[in-house]
Design a protein around this ligand. Structure first.
Ligand SMILES: NC(=O)c1ccc[n+]([C@@H]2O[C@H](COP(=O)([O-])OP(=O)(O)OC[C@H]3O[C@@H](n4cnc5c(N)ncnc54)[C@H](OP(=O)(O)O)[C@@H]3O)[C@@H](O)[C@H]2O)c1
Length: 252
């Protein structure tokens, strides 16, 4: 698949690196040509690893106006401006702060028409009202994915990959307590959901279709709540029983 990633930070590196390793054509689109080029090069440099998720061939070409090098294999990690990264992609990952979205959507919203847009953003702010000794966060807005859909009305917006840290997405450990790590996915277009599910599987993750895009606000709220627990040192995973005990008393 042709994936354009907007942003060249931690999430772009984690997800873009995994997808490039799985053989997808990845273009890093950033407002800074230097950042885009640096990340494209960094991902390319990892692609020779022998890890099972890593591809074998690499090449780096740069978009006109940045730099150019000849392709040497079918796997491409390229650097581009934001417009070019969107134009050449079937799937666009928004890997930018929520504060960047208004400007990005005003400039590029119409160019996203017909594309699958993956929203991995989180609108976290520190919770100033948290009791002393407790680290917690609140949301600066409560429905980012729906705002992206409103700003790019012909795009197929899917919320995914916002729940866990970039380091987790970049890692290769995928089985915890015997179960594959799952990725909740919210969206309205079945084909777009299937596409994102495939991209999750390409990272050796378990896709969990989790409802329409109107459900994404709850996934965003789950993220801010859960990350707050983790920052406070609580194992958020411990508050959830397995499915078999979710509606029953297991301690009989
Ligand atoms: N990091 C995580 O663990 C994690 C986990 C889940 C979700 N998320 C969410 O994923 C998104 C990206 O997070 P990240 O950790 O990858 O952030 P990051 O490392 O800070 O990178 C953000 C990227 O966005 C670019 N950017 C910032 N403002 C922009 C603007 N106005 N227009 C265009 N590009 C802009 C930055 O470019 P410059 O370098 O030029 O500033 C940078 O390339 C955020 O919404 C975050 O909440 C992060």
């Amino acid at each position: 698949m042709r994936i354009g990633i907007i942003g060249a930070g931690a999430m772009a590196a984690a997800l873009g690196g995994g997808w490039a390793a799985a053989g997808h054509e990845v273009v890093i689109g950033a407002r800074s040509a230097e950042s885009a080029r640096e990340l494209a090069g960094r991902i390319t440099a990892t692609l020779g690893d022998t890890s099972p998720r890593r591809g074998t061939g690499t090449h780096t070409t740069e978009m006109p106006g940045i730099a150019e090098s000849e392709p040497t294999s079918p796997i491409a990690v390229r650097a581009a401006g934001i417009g070019a990264a969107i134009a050449g992609a079937d799937i666009v990952l928004m890997a930018v702060p929520v504060s960047a979205l208004t400007e990005l959507l005003a400039e590029h919203g119409s160019a996203l028409a017909g594309k699958v847009v993956i929203d991995c953003t989180n609108a976290f702010l520190p919770d100033d009202a948290a009791p002393e000794g407790v680290t917690a966060f609140v949301l600066s807005e409560d429905a980012v994915a729906e705002r992206i859909a409103a700003g790019a009305p012909k795009a197929h917006v899917v919320k995914a990959f916002n729940l866990l840290a970039a380091e987790v997405w970049a890692g290769t450990d995928r089985i915890f307590d015997g179960a594959r790590l799952a990725v909740p996915i919210c969206g309205d277009n079945p084909d777009a959901i299937a596409t994102v599910a495939t991209l999750a599987e390409d990272l050796a993750l378990q896709p969990f279709p989790a409802g329409g895009l109107h459900q994404a606000r709850y996934l965003e709220a789950t993220s801010v709540f859960t990350v707050g627990l983790w920052f406070s040192g609580a194992d958020a995973r411990a508050m959830l029983p397995p499915l078999s005990a979710a509606f029953a008393v297991a301690d009989a």
